[in-house]
Structures are given as C-alpha cells and as structure tokens.
Ligand binder design. Structure first.
Ligand code: MSP
Length: 517
C-alpha cells in the first residue's frame, strides 16, 4: 500500500489568511488615522481565526529614510534612537487597543535588510534595475517625487501643503515602464478594492509608466545596495518588501511559499500608487507572484482635513480610550467608518453610537436577561427553544455578518449582528418575561432564547468587542473565551446548553453624557 502523502497534496489542506496593515513611519506618535486601518485589519484577522483559518496578521514600523533622519535631528537623537522610541509607541498603542498582530516588523531588523537585498538583487539579475540620474521635486513628508504639474501653486506638496524640495542625484532605476502588460493583467482580475480604486490604478498605468529611481546617495539611513556601497535603497522600495520579509522571504523560503501570494494588504488611498503599481511590479520583476488583494481605505478627516502628524488635528487613541474604553473605541471605527470613502470624525457621533448600540441595545439586553434569570429562574440559565422564532433571525444575522467580514465591510457585519440584538429586545418586550410566573416553563423558554442570542452575539461581535464578548460569555455561565469558538458550527441555533449559573454584574457599557456643543 502506498504511504499516505501528507505533504503539499494532503487532503486536509489548511485554509490560510494573511493580512497586513501599512507599516507606520516613526517620525511621530500614532494617531487615530493609524489606529483605524489597524483596528480594521485586527477585526478581520479575528474573524478569520473564528473561521478556523491559519491566520497571519502583520503590522509594524517603517524606519528608514530622510523623514526619519530629519525627525531624529530635530529631536537631537540618532535615527536608531528615534526609531526605537517611536516604534515602541506604536506597539504600546496597539497593546492598548487589543490588536492581535502575530508579528510586528521593523524595517531596521537584519532579516529585513537581507530580504530587501535579495529581492532587489533578483530584480536586477532579471534585468529590471539600471543606473541613471534623476532630478525632481521631492516632498520629504511623503518621501516621494512630484512632477511640477502636481504641485499646488507650483511649489507645495498637494498632500502636506508645504514646499517640495528640488533634488538631483545619480541612482539606480527600476524599469517599471517595461512591466505595463503584466500590471494590467494583474489589475484586470479581482485584486484592488473598492472598484473605483482599481480603476484609479488602471488609470495610472494607462497614462504611461516612467521608470523610477529606487536608490539614494544623499543619505545613509537605509538598507545598503549590495552591489554599490555608495547607495542605499529609497525608503519605499525597502518598506514594501516588509510584507515578504515577515513570512520568510530571505530567511525561510518554505515558510514564504506557505503564505505567499495569499495576502490581503490594507492601505490608505494616499499609498495606492505604491501598493497597486510599484509593489506588484517589484514582485514580478523578482520572479514572484503579485499580492492577492489590496484593500484601499479613505481618510479620516477632522474639519474636512486629513488627520496627520504634521497637522494640528492630532487625536491619540489613548485620548478616546479614556472616554469610551477599548471596546467603545474599536466599535465606533468599525461600525461607523465604511471602508473605502473618506469619513469625517465626530466625537458626538461616537458618543451617540456608544449610547445607542453598546449601552442600550447590547448592555441593556445583558442586564435585563441576567436580572430576569435571577428573579424568575433561580439564577440558572435555561436552554433555548429549538423551535424559537429567533432561530431564523440568528441564521440571517450570521449570514450578514459573514458576508460583511468577508468583504471587509465591518459596518455591514456589525449591523447584521446588532439586528439580532434589536429583534431580541423586541421579543422580550412582546413576551414580558418579567411578568411571568417564577419557575414556569414559559419564562424558561423566553430566557433560554435570550441567553442563546447573547452566546451568539459574544462570538459574532468578538472581532470588534474583545473584552465585552468575554464578559458576556462569562456572565451567561460559559467557560473559556468566545474567541475560541469555531464558525460556522458555533453559529448554529441551540448551542447554549442551559443549566449554567448566570452572573448579574455591573453594566457593561455605562451610558455616556452627550457633550455640550
Ligand atoms: N510608511 C508608509 C507606508 C509604508 S507601507 C509599506 C506610510 N506611513 S504613514 O504612517 O504615513 O501612513 C500609514 C497609513 O496610515 C497610510 O495608509 C495612511 O493612509 C494611513 N493614514 C494616515 N492618516 C490617515 C487618516 N487620517 N485617515 C486614514 N488613514 C490615514 O505611508
């Protein structure tokens, strides 16, 4: 009998899901414009873990380049110290927000230097890198060259609204123009979302691609070019490669082949050109597969302007966590910011969403249910009715949530989940279990159904509410963590076993006062 093949042809192939955030510049502290893509990626990663997928969630910091070197000079410290200090601030912010990244990459790590050198050497050996000279307007904040036509009033960067600088250098060029056909082919499948952003990337290519300079001699804070000591790689060509480094490119090619190219990049619209044109081209030039998908978000705006480190409108995650808690913070950005378009940040909207969805719909349901179970069922949770009218609502909520998370539309997923809660509140209002006879079958049926909804909600909301989901889980007498359940089985109606002690605790989400205008 032939031996069982448990290698790549194995029958029990695992489903893998690799998701990344952009890596953040370390010139200044994290703000909510960074937290938004990170919380989104975190929730998606958590959803895939619930599905039982082997999940890799990567975030990190982008530490080379002129922007960082200048920030270090301004702070009177070395670029390495600047990177160490600020990278730590990003880690701290992500710890605070309960971000469950599997890796945190720093572009100053030796493994990354090796990966950058290997990938770009391959591109050179394949004939895609050549020496030349370059002159143009450069915005240090963007770390990007602009054409004179792109500048506002002939001088200012269109994003940072401050003067771009004239740079001239000898450097190596990446022959982007020779990869047009390959890029068009990549973009002509389901690669960039939303559709409008895919068209934007196609538009860039159709306008005609120019070769791009990928090295610098003017600074030394970067990854050295292995074939020419006078040069370092330009920060973007170093940064993009982080996504390959983290899963083993340059250090463990078998590991890399497990994850690549099944990758989902989450990015902001300002870095579309780099991720949807340059990055796939670099990979193709190195003989690798371009990424599977790029998801492009809009900006969070304050007073119509992009929140930024250089602007005056900086709001830190810690400021908001102080007022709303971690779950309140996460829920707002996931529920209220649709992934794709720009979105105006509003503190008032955040308070109102917290009060309506968390304090009222969810918090009240939990306290109502635990109170009635104590008064009418001796504190022991009954099992749900298999024929409950809520079973169909639960099934459609699950479908809606699964569909929303799959399409990276957290608002859709959470709306579907909260629909089940609203229907359950209405079911309690109709049945008024608080008026029913203590210990009756009648009250047991209604409360069993409500407890089952709380069990389901703890699971389905766990990508967003990392603490509250476990608080609900424990309150209804279940052991372990909602996040350890596996979908779709755990979403089947009837999983709450009954006979468990229900705990009456303090309100999960105390109501907040709406600030005075
Ligand atoms: N270091 C580069 C990314 C390299 S990825 C290989 C970079 N860093 S950044 O810190 O300036 O921005 C990182 C991400 O944060 C970008 O996707 C950017 O769009 C996002 N945001 C920064 N401010 C933002 C808002 N106000 N709103 C939403 N996202 C914003 O670019």
């Amino acid at each position: 009998m032939p031996a069982l093949d448990l290698g790549s042809g194995s029958l029990c192939a695992v489903s893998r899901f690799y998701i990344t955030t952009p890596i953040y510049y370390v010139n200044d502290a994290p703000h909510i414009g960074h937290a938004y893509p990170t919380v989104t990626a975190d929730a998606i990663a958590r959803w895939h873990r619930l599905l039982g997928d082997e999940t890799m969630f990567l975030t990190g910091t982008d530490e080379h380049g002129l922007k960082i070197q200048r920030a270090a000079e301004a702070n009177g410290i070395s670029p390495q110290e600047q990177a160490d200090n600020t990278s730590q601030r990003f880690r701290d912010a992500w710890d605070l927000l309960d971000i469950s990244n599997d890796q945190f990459i720093r572009t100053t790590e030796p493994r990354h230097h090796t990966a950058v050198q290997e990938l770009l050497t391959r591109a050179k050996e394949n004939g895609f890198i050549e020496k030349g000279s370059y002159a143009g307007y450069y915005c240090v904040a963007c770390e990007a060259y602009y054409n004179a036509d792109d500048l506002v009033d002939g001088t200012n960067c269109p994003i940072h609204e401050r003067p771009a600088e004239w740079f001239e250098e000898d450097n190596y060029f990446f022959k982007l123009s020779s990869l047009e056909a390959e890029l068009l082919e990549w973009l002509n499948s389901e690669t960039v979302f939303p559709e409008g952003k895919r068209n934007e990337a196609l538009g860039i290519i159709k306008l005609g691609l120019e070769d791009v300079s990928i090295t610098r001699t003017s600074i030394d804070w970067g990854v050295p070019v292995p074939w020419d000591d006078d040069h370092v790689f330009y920060v973007w060509y170093d940064a993009l490669i982080n996504y390959a480094t983290a899963v083993g490119f340059g250090s463990d090619i078998d590991e890399f082949n497990l994850w690549w190219p099944e990758t989902h990049h989450i990015i902001g619209k300002d870095i579309l050109r780099f991720h949807c044109v340059y990055w796939p081209a670099m990979l193709i030039a190195a003989g690798l597969q371009p990424p599977k998908q790029v998801h492009v978000s809009g900006f969070l705006l304050v007073g119509g302007k992009k929140l930024s480190k250089t602007g005056l409108t900086q709001i830190t995650p810690a400021d908001l966590v102080e007022d709303f808690g971690v779950d309140g913070f996460r829920y707002h950005f996931l529920r209220d910011v649709s992934f794709g378009p720009d979105s105006e940040f509003s503190y008032e909207q955040m308070v109102s969403r917290y009060n309506s969805d968390l304090a009222n719909t969810l918090g009240n349901l939990l306290s109502r249910v635990t109170t009635v179970v104590h008064k009418k069922c001796g504190g022991v949770g009954p099992a749900p009715n298999p024929e409950s009218e809520l079973a169909a609502v639960a099934a459609s909520s699950y479908q809606g949530a699964a569909d929303g998370w799959e399409r990276l539309q957290a608002p859709v997923a959470l709306e579907a989940t909260w629909n089940l809660l609203r229907e359950t509140n209405a079911y309690l209002e109709r049945n008024e279990p608080w008026k029913m006879e203590e210990g009756s079958d009648e009250v047991a049926t209604v409360m069993g159904d409500a407890l089952e909804v709380l069990r389901l909600t703890a699971i389905l909301a766990s990508p967003a509410l990392t603490s509250a989901s476990d608080a609900i889980w424990t309150a209804i007498g279940l052991d372990g963590s909602a996040a350890d359940e596996r979908l779709p089985d755990a979403a089947l109606w009837g999983g709450y076993p009954g006979g468990l002690p229900v705990i009456k605790g303090t309100p999960l989400f105390p109501r907040l006062k709406v600030p005075e205008a």
